[in-house]
Design a protein around this ligand. Structure first.
Ligand code: SDX
Length: 392
């Protein structure tokens, strides 16, 4: 029957599912994972604990967390053939393209699609991707920097070893910096899930065709890459750099952002759901101050960011539209302080969002949700007869 179809561009007022994973209140700026506040988790938990919480629904006991980490470490090696794929990419390849391809490649190397009703099968796939993805991320960075690929050190913590795989210099003892480890741990926690955002919805709808977990994740990486979504953290730094080149002329960029003729937007500002401060942005801004202070980095970019935020929060255009700094506004400043290149920022976002994508994919499959297949309202040509080419 031709039931009434309403079009809702961008699904601004459409719910796609019921979910028990993440709660957002955009008016009040509240974010909770499985009922725990993001403020408490960022302060008191570590990233692997939060990954376990998002995926399995409860904070792990000490034994569960140790087993989780041990099982993940056992998977933190990548097929030698994947190394060849990494080497095949030109230096100019964008890391998000590399990591999306490598994640798809993992599917090709693990074709058996997961039997989602087998706890054991699911657990194996989950620890496999949580073990391999950070290696792929580190390799993507090392490839760019012409450094040898490195597995780091299995005796280190999960996030600690990510930093080691990324930054260990050949023949140099890796200097563990608790400030950086703590900052990265916090950033990954803050990026871990965000209910039905663009990339998570992509993972869910791809997975609804019952394609495997890794292939579904690969679609989420591509969606996250967009500058309106996770790609914004790279776009923020490029914008702040441009403002710095322009002698710190923030007024010019504010005017561009308000000019309807100009497609430029103030990157790192605004959000579909938060019509208040993004709670993650508050925590990341504080962490940015701490990291740069502790590293003794005087980064003019941070001052420009703070100046821009101050102006925007007083500007009626932004105030009327409830445009506040979002998660992407300050995160790049920390990544930059860590020595991570700008075009790797969105890969770091994907690294953080991985557990959320896994949790959401698993929930969708365990709920036996039907394949995603929206309808449309047709506005094209009515029926017309074919015209042979010599008469066109
Ligand atoms: C993420 O959804 C999530 O949860 C995503 C995320 C997650 O964790 O998964 O939180 C991560 O993607 C954060 C957002 C990162 N993106 C950016 O920082 C890019 C810049 N921001 C915008 O492009 C925009 O704010 C969006 C995409 C984030 C939200 O867009 P909406 O909800 O579709 O809002 P809209 O485009 O309809 O804008 C409403 C009004 C418009 O003006 P009017 O037509 O009413 O006159 O606000 C204006 C827009 O022009 N506007 C901006 C603006 N964002 C919105 N104007 C200038 N600069 C901006 N950044």
């Amino acid at each position: 029957t031709d039931s009434v179809i309403t079009i809702d561009p961008g699904y601004k007022n459409t719910g796609s599912c019921e979910s028990a994973i993440t709660f957002l209140d955009g008016e009040k700026g509240i974010l909770r994972y499985r009922g725990y506040s993001i403020e408490e988790l960022a302060e008191k938990a570590d990233f692997l604990e939060v990954a376990f919480l998002l995926i399995f629904g409860e904070l792990p006991t000490k034994e569960e967390l140790e087993k989780f980490h041990t099982d993940i470490k056992a998977q933190s090696v990548v097929d030698e053939d994947v190394r060849k794929i990494v080497d095949a990419f030109p230096k100019s390849a964008h890391p998000m393209g590399v990591i999306a391809s490598l994640t798809s490649a993992l599917t090709a190397f693990n074709p058996s699609s997961v039997n989602v009703n087998s706890e054991e099968d699911m657990y194996k796939a989950i620890v496999k991707i949580l073990g391999k993805f950070p290696v792929l991320v580190a390799w993507t960075l090392r490839k760019k920097q012409g450094l040898p690929l490195d597995y780091g050190d299995k005796n280190l913590g999960y996030v600690e070893n990510i930093l080691k795989m990324m930054f260990k210099q050949p023949n140099e003892e890796y200097i563990l910096n608790p400030i950086l480890i703590n900052a990265l741990d916090k950033l990954l926690i803050l990026h871990a899930d965000h209910e039905q955002n663009c990339s998570t919805s992509t993972v869910r709808i791809a997975g609804s065709s019952h394609v495997g977990l890794f292939a579904s994740l690969s679609t989420g990486i591509s969606a996250l890459w967009g500058p309106l979504h996770g790609g914004a953290n790279q776009a923020v730094l490029e914008m702040l750099e441009a403002i710095k080149e322009d002698g710190g002329d923030t007024a010019k960029y504010m005017a561009k952002a308000k000019d309807k003729e100009d497609p430029f937007r103030l990157m790192g500002f605004g959000h579909r759901v938060y019509k208040n401060f993004d709670p993650r942005a508050k925590i990341i801004k504080k962490a940015a101050d701490e990291v740069l202070d502790n590293l003794g980095i005087e980064d003019p970019i941070l001052d420009i960011a703070k100046g821009l935020e101050k102006e925007a929060l007083q500007d009626p255009y932004f105030v009327d539209r409830k445009l506040y700094p979002n998660v992407d506004f300050y995160s790049g400043i920390i990544y930059r302080g860590m020595g991570i290149p700008t075009d790797m920022f969105t890969v770091m976002f994907a690294l953080g969002r991985l557990p959320g994508w896994i949790a959401q994919w698993r929930e969708m499959r365990l709920n036996n949700e039907p394949i995603g297949r929206p309808r449309q309202i047709y506005i094209g040509e009515t029926l017309r007869p074919f015209v042979s080419i010599d008469k066109r």
